[in-house]
Design a protein. Structure first.
Length: 536
């Protein structure tokens, strides 16, 4: 239980609470009145509490939030409680709807850009209201503006033209500020502002294009926890993760396997990281006793709605993922929901494609799921990449989850050999980067296909950082309780593999890394293989 008091000042007609996420199954009471809740602990949501605060009568009111975390609700550590911000938002009689403004770059010709802005207004009688959109650069100069009178639909469409646009990319994450104003009768009713990056994306047989330029996606999968800090979102800790990944040459993150935190999207915009915004780890068929499967039929559309609404204005978001290794991918039910969810996302945001991480590609091809996805995604299975490419009407495939190489930082096993799923008595794994899981492979295998096949548009490595849970291959070995998959360990310190990826991904800065260490008590007189990861 969480309890606090909120104060409503004079001059407002409605109030809502905005949760960036609450783990899990949050339920809210305002002034003793049940005002609603949510099911999925990762999804941001809004609750109208106007009635509970007596129609916004000025005063102080009690607020209570109840959450319950049950065992086996996830295959990794989900965290608990109010682990992301909660905000009280007060509105006047007429206002711009939260998450109701959608801005997207629709045309880019050289440095000339056109931006389409849709705004939604909450008002009983929208007549006489004017919406003004402005694009402000870093220096505070207004580079584009558009005005429109509201119509009866309470939605307004505008176009901003920028003659000399500074484009957003991982190498140059230039951001403008989009300011939306609601005015009428010489009165400003509401003002919203949000960061906005001008950029275009395309997925073609020639590859993934950002701002018209082909590039391979060099991504990592990333769980939401921050290692020893737990699951409460910490801006400084996430910035540190992004900085380490970018120095390695990484340019993308997959939010495995859940809706990202709004702060996460903001930081990816600012620091220049592309994002695959993922939704679910399961649909109908449960992977664990109390997982999302028990909510999916009733809640998937609401969760997808909020995922898209909080994400679609972020330049960093380049695609949505509708699921990870969904068991139904190989049957008619999987095809039905793949079409339903993908089409629904397109209705909310037609500018970005959808993917899902398929771990049973032959089954997905048989059911039609593979052929129906905007971006066909392989989880591992490099040995059937060619089959997946031939069966894809899109003419390209994505490594939606790759490698699953495992290692312990600073631990070296002998003899040095390739291993798949091996475990040892000490609960550690060799850092010679030659060990992976029984279902996966070493990084070289992924790079071989990416280098020789333009139709492989990139990869998302499992994982960027070690995370709490899934200590494969020590699932029942105490005290192992965190993964070994990470390129960086649980504290964010680089394993040897970080320099292997840096050598391949970062073509700007020099890399020279030798392993293992030079002096080693107990190995006198022994032959010790030395590996060199270098750009030289």
């Amino acid at each position: 239980w969480y309890r606090t008091e909120i104060t409503i000042p004079e001059g407002y007609s409605s109030a809502e609470l905005v949760f960036d996420g609450a783990m899990a199954e949050p339920h809210v009471w305002g002034n003793g009145q049940d005002v609603g809740g949510w099911a999925y602990g990762y999804t941001p949501f809004r609750l109208d509490i106007t009635d509970a605060v007596k129609g916004c009568t000025p005063g102080t009111y009690p607020l209570a939030v109840h959450l319950q975390n049950v065992e086996e609700s996830s295959r990794w550590y989900p965290g608990a409680g109010l682990y992301r911000p909660v905000r009280l938002v007060l509105h006047k009689e007429k206002y711009l709807k939260g998450w109701g403004t959608f801005a997207r770059t629709t045309s880019l010709n050289g440095s000339a850009a056109r931006i389409h802005v849709t705004s939604e207004v909450a008002a009983e009688h929208p007549g006489g209201l004017e919406v003004i959109s402005k694009l402000i650069d870093r220096d505070g100069a207004e580079v584009a503006t558009a005005k429109a009178w509201m119509n009866e639909s309470k939605q307004m469409e505008m176009v901003l033209e920028v003659s000399d646009a500074q484009l957003w990319s991982p190498e140059s994450p230039h951001l403008y500020t989009l300011v939306t104003e609601l005015k009428g009768n010489d009165h400003t009713w509401d003002v919203q502002s949000q960061a906005f990056g001008i950029r275009t994306i395309e997925y073609t047989a020639q590859g993934f294009k950002l701002n018209g330029n082909v590039r391979k996606i060099k991504g990592v999968c990333l769980h939401h926890d921050l290692g020893p800090l737990g699951s409460a979102f910490n801006k400084a800790a996430f910035r540190r993760q992004v900085a380490l990944l970018k120095d390695m040459g990484c340019d993308a993150i997959r939010t495995s396997h859940n809706v990202p935190a709004p702060w996460q999207m903001e930081i990816c915009d600012e620091m220049g990281v592309m994002v695959m915004a993922e939704s679910f780890d399961m649909w109908i068929y449960p992977k664990c006793k109390n997982g999302y499967a028990k909510f999916f039929p009733e809640w998937w559309q609401r969760d997808i709605t909020n995922l898209v609404l909080i994400t679609r204005n972020h330049a960093s978001c380049i695609m949505y993922s509708i699921g990870n290794e969904i068991p139904e991918q190989s049957n008619a039910e999987g095809l039905k929901y793949s079409r339903l969810i993908q089409n629904y996302i397109h209705s909310l945001d037609p500018t970005r494609p959808c993917t899902q991480g398929n771990d049973n590609v032959p089954g997905a091809m048989w059911s039609g799921v593979w052929q129906n996805m905007d971006v066909p995604g392989f989880n591992y299975r490099v040995y059937i990449y060619q089959d997946g490419y031939k069966a894809s009407p899109k003419g390209f495939v994505l490594g939606s989850e790759t490698a699953s190489t495992v290692s312990s930082r600073g631990v070296y096993k002998f003899p040095v050999k390739e291993c798949y799923g091996d475990a040892y008595d000490d609960g550690q794994i060799s850092s010679y980067d030659l060990e992976s899981c029984i279902w996966s492979n070493l990084p070289d295998d992924d790079w071989m296909y990416q280098d020789k096949c333009p139709w492989v548009i990139g990869e998302f490595v499992w994982t960027g950082f070690d995370y709490l849970g899934e200590p494969t291959p020590y699932d029942e070995y105490w005290p192992s309780r965190s993964s070994y998959f990470g390129i960086f360990d649980l504290a964010g310190l680089p394993k040897d593999r970080a320099y292997l990826y840096r050598t391949h991904w970062n073509q700007t800065d020099a890399t020279l890394h030798l392993l293992p260490h030079w002096t080693w008590k107990g190995r006198e007189g022994e032959t010790t293989p030395v590996f060199c990861y270098t750009t030289y």
